[in-house]
Design a protein around this ligand. Structure first.
Ligand SMILES: Nc1ncnc2c1ncn2[C@@H]1O[C@H](COP(=O)(O)OP(=O)(O)OP(=O)(O)O)[C@@H](O)[C@H]1O
Ligand SMILES: [Mg+2]
Ligand SMILES: [Mg+2]
Length: 701
């Protein structure tokens, strides 16, 4: 099965990425009901009905009998997307690619010289070659069937597995032509071989009768003539002459030994596509590139060549040129092929070419004493180059089912070796051109370096400008005076806080999870911690020596965490961070702790909040004395209604804030940090409660 990209993109116009062969549901979704004919048992192998008898089902309707085995070509018709990437126009034209690939394989193997492609008046497409002809003798494993019938009706049947009949084929899987057969309403194969003409007909993958000997003939080769099935591709789906033409022409460039004849009934043509043409390019890829750059001003002539692998099957062919003006819509392009199969995602052959060109050019620079060559990278060499490379290797390995990327590691070495000498020679033999090319590539390299530098400068100046973290809900007031930043534990509490705040003066920054334990973190780790860097951005200050009090974007920084052990831990982490990295802020008295209540006590219309157990007892003794109020405990900030949060914790008129102060003796800071970061959370909680200085005064807002 060949690449599902039907057109090898040689003509630059249309280069769609092939859709994956597997996992693509398009096929099954858009496939028409294949009807009873499709479910009929194919001619090979052993017939077996696959219909599920409802009576054999279990109560749930899902038993062993519900497990179907698709025989023969059934899976292809059931899931065409698996094999040709869908049932759209691209998939339809992929049928052509399959039969053309087979003819090309026959040509590349040295057995065919010509290929005839013809689209008939009635929409039948035929591809004929003058190769060996598909074998017609009885197949040893399938008594009563010719090899031809096996090839046409059995998936994974073919002559390209062992490398005996074909050395460097595009065909790999033995699937291609059987898929075309399965998806054709009618397919007629004619084989000329051993002095006779043979023929067999199929419909939707099923043979319409045994192979027939038509009569004696001196011709040789194979012709497949087929009409795609409208049940699969939709009524009215038909081949587009322009697309077929382009695909056929592209193939001809890839193998200089082949002649491809084109014929198309006039009734299908709606554009400038000729009804008859012949593609023959004795200079292969060089011809292609020459045609492609006809209108382009290039830096050099085309560097092209072909090297056959010594003593073994395999070859490398390439054509390269450079242009400062670009190639049409692209600055540069690389098209690569393996065994005439396009590899739009590149791979080892492309890597080999890049390595060879770069190494040679650099050593040319060195040889001519041009020191600037040292900065050249492979990217500089190919960025503005037009490159076509085609390799022929045995047993190619492609990445994935779609043959989009070549992964054979020997292809890299093969290409690198093949190009090294010819490119060295090309450079040395025309120094004028080589110098021009070197100059051109060095300019690309210098441009690249300059761009990188510009970017770095840009980045540096961008950080100097004000950048705020995305999670910050900033306040409207620009001036720091009278503003507050609430650092909130968790996104859900952050959401409540955003609703509860005074938009004008209060900003909210939710922190996710526990911030890095700064007491134990290295300076580097602290620097790279996302939460901490967000915090620095929001505050507008830099930590450490570069901290400037004037940069602070808010008058008060309020840590607002749940009134529980976890909350105390996070608060202590933050306090420690501020102590360590911006002690000036703490010393100045900018840092506060919010005091969310722990309890809600209500009786009748009266509701009060208690910030801790002592407070709760006190309220019960006083405000609610002699009553049986309802007491609720808040599990966290996120549980409070925004209005409650506002009233109890955020609104300057009704809340309580605790100012965080530094110990008198600054040498005690280290001890304090240890206390805060110690293993006993109760100590930490107690410390915060005891040492925070409570402020209840209104802020002047
Ligand atoms: N034009 C042809 N001339 C000679 N033999 C052919 C021709 N077309 C097909 N065959 C034979 O039929 C076999 C099956 O072809 P098919 O396209 O199904 O699979 P494949 O080419 O081996 O692999 P792939 O599935 O990758 O195309 C080939 O391996 C080859 O032996
Ligand atoms: Mg094939
Ligand atoms: Mg097959």
């Amino acid at each position: 099965m060949s690449n599902p990209t039907p057109q090898p993109s040689l003509f630059g116009g249309e280069t769609p990425k092939p859709s994956p062969e597997t996992g693509n549901a398009t096929g099954s979704e858009t496939a028409k009901d294949t009807g009873p004919a499709a479910r009929a048992t194919p001619a090979a192998p052993a017939p077996k009905p696959s219909a599920v008898e409802p009576s054999a089902m279990t109560a749930e309707g899902y038993g062993a009998s519900a497990i179907e085995v698709l025989e023969g070509l059934e899976p292809v018709r059931k899931r065409p997307g698996m094999y040709i990437g869908g049932t759209d126009e691209k998939a339809l034209h992929h049928l052509f690619a399959e039969v053309l690939d087979n003819a090309m394989d026959e040509a590349v193997a040295g057995h065919a010289k010509a290929i005839w492609v013809e689209l008939d008046t009635d929409g039948y497409l035929s591809v004929r070659d003058d190769g060996r002809g598909i074998p017609v003798d009885p197949h040893p494993k399938y008594p009563g069937k010719s090899a031809l019938e096996v090839v046409m009706t059995v998936l994974h049947s073919g002559g390209k597995f062992s490398g005996k009949a074909y050395e460097t084929s595009g065909g790999l899987h033995g699937v291609g032509v059987s898929v075309v057969n399965a998806l054709s309403e009618h397919l007629e194969v004619t084989v000329w071989r051993d002095g006779f003409e043979w023929q067999q007909n199929f419909s939707k993958g099923l043979s319409l009768g045994p192979i027939q000997q038509i009569g004696p003939s001196k011709k040789r080769g194979t012709r497949e003539r087929f009409l795609p099935d409208p049940e699969i591709f939709g009524v009215g789906a038909h081949f587009k002459p322009a697309r077929l033409y382009r695909m056929a022409k592209a193939k001809a460039y890839l193998f200089r030994g082949v002649q491809i004849h084109w014929k198309c009934a006039a009734n299908h043509i709606t554009d400038h596509t000729p009804t008859e043409d012949k593609f023959y390019f004795p200079n292969g890829l060089a011809d292609y590139l020459a045609e492609r750059v006809q209108e382009t001003e290039t830096v050099t002539d085309i560097f092209s060549g072909r090297v056959e692998r010594k003593g073994e099957a395999g070859a490398v062919e390439w054509a390269v040129t450079w242009s400062g003006a670009g190639f049409g819509e692209f600055d540069g392009f690389t098209q690569s092929y393996c065994n005439t199969i396009p590899t739009p995602d590149g791979g080892t052959h492309e890597a080999g070419l890049r390595a060879a060109l770069t190494r040679s050019l650099k050593s040319y620079a060195e040889m001519t004493g041009d020191k600037r060559g040292a900065v050249i990278t492979a990217e500089d060499v190919v960025a503005q180059a037009g490159v076509v490379i085609s390799v022929f290797i045995k047993n190619p390995e492609f990445q994935g089912q779609t043959k989009d990327r070549l992964s054979s590691s020997d292809a890299q070495k093969l290409v690198e070796k093949a190009l090294a000498d010819p490119f060295d020679h090309w450079l040395i033999s025309s120094p004028k051109q080589a110098d021009k090319l070197l100059q051109f590539v060095v300019e690309r390299a210098e441009e690249r370096l300059k761009k990188r530098k510009d970017k770095e400068v840009q980045r540096a100046s961008a950080t100097r400008k004000l950048r705020l973290p995305g999670k910050l809900a900033d306040c409207a007031r620009q001036d720091a005076h009278g503003t507050e930043l609430f650092i909130v534990e968790g996104d859900s509490a952050g959401g409540s806080a955003k609703q509860a705040r005074n938009r004008n003066t209060q900003a909210i920054l939710p922190l996710r999870g526990k911030i890095l334990n700064i007491a134990s973190a290295t300076a580097d780790k602290a620097k790279s911690n996302q939460e901490l860097s967000d915090l620095g951005l929001a505050l507008g200050v830099q930590p450490g020596a570069r901290f400037k009090e004037d940069d602070l974007r808010y008058e008060r920084i309020v840590i607002m965490t749940d009134a529980d052990v976890d909350g105390a831990h996070i608060a202590s982490l933050l306090i420690t961070y501020f102590y360590r990295s911006m002690p000036g802020m703490v010393r100045n008295g900018n840092l506060y702790l919010a005091m969310p209540p722990l309890y809600r006590i209500s009786h009748g219309a009266k509701t009060m909040y208690a910030k801790d157990d002592a407070h709760r007892l006190e309220l019960l003794e006083t405000e609610f004395k002699g009553k049986k109020p309802e007491i609720g405990r808040f599990k966290g900030l996120g549980e409070m209604m925004p209005a409650q949060l506002k009233e109890t914790t955020m609104d300057p008129k009704t809340r309580t804030l605790a100012r965080v102060t530094l110990p008198e003796n600054e040498s005690e800071i280290e001890d304090l940090v240890e206390t805060l970061m110690g293993r006993k959370p109760e100590l930490r909680f107690k410390y915060i409660q005891q040492n925070a200085e409570f402020v209840t005064e209104d802020l002047d807002v």
